[in-house]
Design a protein around this ligand. Structure first.
Ligand code: UDP
Length: 431
């Protein structure tokens, strides 16, 4: 087995004799949990919490296994890789030494929040040292007909004995029958972050010209690679989906919706450079699949599609580029086949963009159909295209949904609400 290094601190907590709260996940860049922690942790610090963030390591075999857990929690995929002793041995042998390392950095009475299944295997080593363990589950399915992830709950059963509190985005997520405290806590965004702060039209133009998505000259900003026939015409209606290159985001399916969109509309598919994302082993293959589907499009459609791969090496730049793309978009789409909670949708709604989202998982909670966006069946390509067409053609509807969406985000998905939720349910001593 490939050797696995110790976890690393993204932010080492400073105690000053206060109990620590430490968040743990598997990456500091890429994906919703990293995005959330980048904003939650400074906000918790400002709120007076001695807070830190550690990232655990893994090897390709480990991340292939945890991706299986991820898909199964979404009601998708094959449980075969979980059967047999090897999977359990692999999972625990990667996490056990890292659990001991982390426990050695903390004291009795501190709290560790383990995010998603990749990190849950740290629980026994932490609990053995009197450290409270919270498991924050960001994924799951609300599809009654989906296969229940019983294999996952059985696989992780030993770890749940050492968990004090389960937090989940929706009541349906997380292990059924968990005997101790569980709370529903929705994610949130920070309107002041580089991803969400206001940008002027000139800033948006400069950012998108820089990467060569718009304008006539080749861009001088190498933080994006774009597959396109030509740049986005200045006034062309723009439809955007921002996602990791993951099968459940169905970027290839989004390309198939192009023929049903208005003929002047351009589609932008944007995601992180998969070679820079260490905890998602499928990214490279999925991007290759999307590129192949793009190359197979008839010429008339290909010239209306743009595949944008964004480097994560400069996170600030990456965030500003996503911000600019979302602000330039006339419609923001999230055609996921399953989704725990789509931060990309909340980011777009905050910017007053009309959204079209699949009526699945957390998305069905985030978007109130006909009030703050439109919900669609992601397997109905014509229906998805029709919803996009409706928004592109009916400017009053777009404006109304966008403005109601922005109000909804302020009311329900502001980072201060998440800080308060954590204060209420995690900081309290157990009764
Ligand atoms: N994201 C990013 N750069 C990219 C692509 C995505 O920063 O190139 C961000 C996106 O803006 C969002 C997060 O990654 O904040 C994705 O979170 P979401 O909840 O939508 O999906 P997840 O990746 O967690 O499944």
């Amino acid at each position: 087995m490939t050797a696995v290094p110790d976890p690393r601190w993204v932010r080492q907590p400073v105690s000053n004799d206060r109990p620590l709260l430490v968040h743990v996940n598997t990456t500091s860049t890429g994906g919703g949990v990293a995005e959330l922690l980048h904003r939650l942790i400074p906000a918790q610090h400002d709120d007076g919490t001695a807070v830190g963030w550690a990232v655990v390591s893994g090897n390709p075999e480990f991340f292939a296994l945890t991706k299986t857990l991820h898909h199964l929690l979404h009601g998708k995929g094959d449980p075969a890789p979980l059967r047999g002793v090897d999977a359990g041995t692999l999972y625990r042998s990667v996490l056990r030494p890292q659990g001991h390392w982390l426990a050695g950095q903390l004291r009795e009475g501190d709290t560790v929040v383990l995010h998603d299944p990749q990190t849950l295997g740290l629980a026994p080593m932490l609990a053995a040292r009197g450290i409270r363990v919270v498991w924050h589950c960001h994924i799951g399915t609300t599809d009654e007909s989906a296969t229940k992830p019983d294999h996952v709950w059985r696989f992780l059963a030993p770890e749940f004995d050492d968990v004090d509190i389960v937090l989940a985005t929706r009541p349906e997520f997380g292990p059924p029958g968990f005997p101790r405290r569980r709370h529903v806590v929705a994610p949130a965004i920070d309107p002041d972050s580089p991803k969400n702060r206001p940008l002027t039209t000139a800033e948006v133009d400069a950012l998108l010209t820089g990467i060569g998505l718009v304008g006539t000259a080749a861009g001088d900003d190498s933080s994006a690679t774009i597959d396109q026939v030509g740049p986005l015409p200045p006034n062309a209606p723009m439809v955007l989906q921002v996602s990791r290159w993951d099968p459940l985001k169905d970027m290839t399916g989004v390309l198939r919706c192009l023929p049903g969109m208005p003929q002047d509309a351009h589609l932008i598919l944007a995601g992180p450079d998969p070679y820079e994302v260490t905890d998602d082993p499928e990214g490279v293959a999925i991007l290759a699949e999307v590129r192949a589907a793009y190359r197979d499009l008839p010429e008339t459609e290909r010239r209306r599609a743009h595949l944008v791969t964004l480097s994560m090496r400069d996170p600030q730049r990456n965030a500003l580029l996503i911000n600019a793309l979302q602000r330039r978009a006339d419609v923001v789409l999230q055609k996921s086949l399953e989704e725990g909670f789509g931060l990309t949708v909340t980011e777009a709604m905050h910017k007053g963009r009309p959204v079209v989202a699949s009526a699945v998982g957390g998305l069905a909670l985030q978007v109130v159909d006909g009030k703050t966006g439109l919900l669609v069946d992601p397997t109905d390509y014509a229906g998805v295209a029709a919803a996009i067409r409706r928004l592109l053609l009916d400017h009053d509807l777009s404006r109304r949904l966008g403005s109601q969406a922005a109000d909804e985000v302020t009311r329900r998905y502001h980072i201060s609400r998440l800080v308060a939720d954590y204060r209420l349910v995690v900081h309290q001593p157990q009764t």
